[in-house]
Ligand binder design. Structure first.
Ligand code: HEC
Length: 101
């Protein structure tokens, strides 16, 4: 009985330690994030209805628009909420990604 309890505690501790030692999930790449963007913006050169296309979008303008949406300096219906999900580094990676589409 007592031994069983010790084994159980040992297993729980080992599991917890393993959990802590496990590597953090990899941060999504710009390409992965971009797949979400094209749902609304349309693939490649298309654009979609009045939502502008992002292919060949100038990198500087992307950074300006995304940080503007995120920080509440640019009016938006939806991009203000979407942009909040991204760090400066991720926005820069997205800008580089779309500039070369
Ligand atoms: C739910 C649909 C939706 C998704 C998903 C979406 N967008 Fe948008 N995007 C819009 C709309 C709508 C606008 C127009 C501004 C507004 O009303 O929010 C816009 C505007 C923009 C603009 C400004 C375009 C211009 O020149 O005026 C940029 C840049 C942009 N989005 C980038 C992105 C990026 C990068 C992603 C992916 C991280 C993304 N969007 C995901 C709907 C979306």
């Amino acid at each position: 009985m007592c031994t069983q309890r010790i084994v159980l505690v040992g297993t729980v501790l080992a599991t917890a330690a393993f959990g802590l030692a496990a590597p953090a999930p990899a941060a999504p790449t710009a390409e992965t994030i971009a797949r979400n963007c094209v749902v609304c913006h349309g693939p490649k050169e298309a654009g979609q209805l009045e939502i502008p296309k992002l292919a060949d979008y100038p990198a500087r303008k992307m950074i300006e628009m995304m940080t503007g949406f995120r920080d509440g300096q640019k009016e938006a219906t939806i991009m203000n909420r979407i942009a909040k999900a991204f760090s400066d580094e991720q926005i820069a990676a997205l800008a580089a990604y779309f500039a070369n589409r």
